[in-house]
Ligand binder design. Structure first.
Ligand code: S3P
Length: 426
């Protein structure tokens, strides 16, 4: 549980947010199935990525942790049969992307996860992998899932939803299939897998929403420098935007266009944000982000192609919307219902307790901005991003807020509360 008392005077200072979770998972997995050593600098050391490390170790991959660096001794494409079931913990990315790699392995593996992950749909991954030739036991829409991989055929797949996890699982499996695989999405989702596959030597091309990958490449381990996670940065952006006189500089944040929707929307709401020192780390764009608080904010409408660009930042944006003038409407976001929690009904339920005027819709929510959040007892609902959003809301509220179940924050950001507190000026 965390307890937040009276609002700060303002937020001030500099912060380096932890490494990007999506990129860390991918660097671990690609490093594992490449030849040679992959060094990952600035990886995210949190429970979700530890789950990926543990799964890969069970599959015979040697991974050494040296401070903020990881050294992976790549095994090449083929891994060793695990001596027991893999545990993805709370991490959807671990479970779904690992299934892509396991589809190419000529042995049986069982993968499971915690109570929250066991509720999340897996058919979206299982079906395309089955079409490529992977075998599954039973229905396989929920973990635990047992997969038997082997010879795969390439696939031309139109995904019904914009999901980087579906796209990435298919692309990872496609590495094992002789021939060309294509994946087409309704809207572009995050493209870290495509960028990194190209860096590791795969023959991959991207034409807007269509990805084309040639199977059986000779992947070579590469150094990866992981940018700061936009999805972690978003909570500090929200906090600083909400409190007048705040000035916060977030260093080395990944600003991949597929991930920076939250900045575009905050701009549109009227927030004062500057992107400084744009540069590249490998193929990922990085920048420092300066946020000044107190600008008048107005409600916005968010939907369509914007949703995958900020899907994980909606809890933080909902908190900002609560303080904006007018209505914020979020639509086309029904995917939120199958995240770490039902991020439509659970977020609405908890924000209501803090006095936010929020209405749940089938595929999103409507927030009427009104001044004056009030402290309350709220619940993480087993969702790390809900817990962090509620902590930020609690800081903007009058009186005391207690966030129960806040330990779940460790899945993506173990030092979150100390980092937030380090910026508070009382
Ligand atoms: C992720 C993709 C997104 C995102 C998740 C991380 C990834 O999920 O919400 O937190 O690393 O590929 P979907 O692919 O289900 O949209």
């Amino acid at each position: 549980m965390i307890i937040i008392t009276s609002p700060p005077e303002y937020f001030s200072g500099q912060l380096k947010v932890p490494g990007d979770k999506s990129i860390t998972h991918r660097a671990l997995m690609l490093g594992a199935i490449s030849r040679g050593v992959t060094e990952i600098k600035g990886f995210l050391d949190a429970e979700d990525c530890r789950a990926t490390i543990n799964c890969l170790r069970l599959l015979g991959v040697k991974i050494n942790v040296r401070g903020n660096r990881l050294l992976i001794e790549g095994r090449g494409m083929y891994l060793k049969k695990a001596s027991k079931a893999l545990d993805a913990g709370n991490s959807g990315t671990t479970a779904r992307l690992m299934l892509g790699i396991l589809a190419g392995q000529d042995f049986e593996t069982t993968i499971s996860g915690d109570q929250y992950l066991q509720r999340r749909p897996m058919k979206r991954i299982v079906e395309p992998l089955q079409s490529m030739g992977a075998l599954f036991e039973g229905e396989s829409d929920r973990l635990p899932i047992t997969i038997k991989g082997g010879e795969l055929a390439p696939l031309n797949y139109k995904t019904p939803r914009a999901s980087a996890q579906i796209k990435s699982a298919i692309l990872l499996a496609a590495l094992y299939a002789e021939g060309v695989t294509t994946v087409e999405e309704p809207y572009q989702s995050r493209n870290h897998t495509e960028l990194m596959l190209a860096q590791f030597g795969a023959n991959i091309s991207v034409n807007e929403r269509l990805v084309t990958l040639e199977g059986r490449p000779a992947l070579e381990g590469r150094p990866v420098r992981v940018p700061g996670d936009m999805s972690a940065a978003a909570f500090f952006m929200a906090a600083a935007v909400l409190v007048p006189d705040s000035e916060v500089l977030l260093k080395d944040v990944g600003i991949n266009p597929a991930r920076r929707g939250v900045i575009d929307v905050l701009f549109q709401m009227g927030a004062d944000i500057e992107i400084q020192q744009e540069r590249r780390w490998g193929s990922e764009p990085v920048a420092d982000i300066l946020i000044r608080g107190g600008s008048p904010l107005k409600g916005v409408e968010i939907g369509g192609a914007m949703i995958p660009r900020l899907i994980d930042e909606i809890p933080a944006l909902a908190v900002v919307a609560a303080a904006a003038e007018g209505e914020t409407v979020i639509r086309d976001a029904d995917e939120l219902r199958v995240k770490e929690s039902d991020r439509i009904s659970d977020l609405a339920g908890q924000l209501l307790k803090l006095g936010v005027n929020i209405t749940e819709t089938e595929d999103g929510m409507i927030i009427k901005g009104e001044a004056g959040l009030k402290g309350a007892d709220v619940e993480s609902c087993g969702d790390h991003r809900l817990a962090m959003a509620l902590a930020v809301a609690g800081l903007a509220a009058e009186g005391e807020t207690a966030v129960y179940g806040a330990e779940i924050i460790n899945v993506s950001f173990p030092g979150f509360m100390p980092a937030l507190r380090s910026l508070i000026i009382k």
